[in-house]
Design a protein around this ligand. Structure first.
Ligand SMILES: Cc1ncc(C[n+]2csc(CCOP(=O)(O)OP(=O)(O)O)c2C)c(N)n1
Ligand SMILES: [Mg+2]
Length: 288
């Protein structure tokens, strides 16, 4: 991967297909921010793939000039894992909605994190099932009236950042469509991370959550200060607990554990040469 070239060249990553997202949808900002991140990293379109599930957010690959496809609802992660493992030279981005990734696809999360496959997951989190017209999702705030909760949702939403920290994900960040410049920065950092990286992208759904969602995110955003140390897992846990219901923005946690591909290469090397196979100590999140 080569370093920063011409950030203005992002348009070459956008396909001629016109997005059919609702006017005002946060996913437009995700599309542009992602293309700008690709441009900043000068990623070749023919060795970059964006794999999604099914949902409004999952229409993303059609609007990009990279490789990729709309796969199956809830199954983007195993499909992307197969691609990365068989073609380690390809830059793999997995994207999808909060429903796609934390409801039907939620069971895959623990395992991709455990393996630490070198790819980037972008969850376009609108706190609702958008494509299917507004049912409550795992991140819908308590009390929200939706198609499936006429009196307000009675299920407590999950804090996906805390879930991923609990799984020991090697890179966790958050950004939002209210600040596309910051979003590009977070995506660049995530792609550069050698291991599995997760970026939660708060992307409002004006149709089923209302345009007030933009205001809600802006008011709840807390940008991490320059002195914040993302390598400190306990500090990350405290930050997320202290700010439940708010939106910490920035790189919340990252470690340096070897990626799946690196470990497979070492294992293959040991098996073919007879040399000792030694696994580096894993990072212990809660080690004092
Ligand atoms: C196996 C399967 N179950 C259910 C569906 C129906 N379905 C399509 S998209 C979707 C949820 C979309 O919500 P989300 O993943 O949050 O994406 P968004 O549309 O909000 O971007 C559902 C339930 C499906 N296509 N396939
Ligand atoms: Mg959604």
């Amino acid at each position: 991967m080569t370093e920063v070239r011409d950030p203005a060249s992002f348009k070459k990553y956008i396909s001629p297909l016109k997005p059919i997202w609702c006017p005002g949808c946060g996913d437009y900002a995700v599309l542009t921010s992602l293309a700008k991140a690709f441009a900043e990293l000068n990623l070749p379109t023919d060795s970059t793939a964006v794999i999604t599930g099914i949902g409004c957010s999952s229409r993303l690959p059609g609007y990009l000039n990279t490789y990729g496809f709309n796969s199956i609802h809830g199954r983007a992660i195993p499909i992307a894992t197969g691609l990365k493992v068989s073609r380690p030279d390809v830059n793999v981005i997995v994207a999808g909605g909060d429903g796609d990734m934390f409801a039907i696809g939620g069971g895959h999360m623990a395992h991709v994190v455990r393996r630490n496959v070198d790819m980037t997951l972008l969850v376009m989190d609108n706190n609702i099932y958008g494509l299917t017209k507004g049912q409550a999702s795992p991140t819908t705030p308590l009390g929200t009236k939706t198609l499936t909760s006429a009196y307000g949702s009675i299920s407590t939403p999950i804090n996906t950042l805390r879930v991923m920290l609990g799984y020991n994900c090697s890179f966790i960040a958050q950004a939002s469509s209210t600040d596309p410049v910051h979003m590009t920065k977070m995506i660049v950092e995530a792609i550069k991370h050698p291991g599995f990286s997760y970026v939660n992208l708060l992307s409002p759904c004006v149709t089923y959550r209302g345009k007030e969602q933009y205001q809600m995110i802006k008011e709840g955003s807390i940008y991490l200060e320059a002195g914040y140390d993302p390598s400190d897992g306990i500090a990350a846990w405290k930050l997320l607990n202290a700010n439940d219901g708010k939106y910490p923005m920035g790189v919340i946690y990252k470690d340096t554990r070897p990626a799946y591909g690196t470990k497979v290469d070492e294992l293959r090397n040991a098996a073919t040469t007879g040399k000792e196979f030694k696994i580096e100590d894993e990072v212990k999140l809660f080690q004092p």
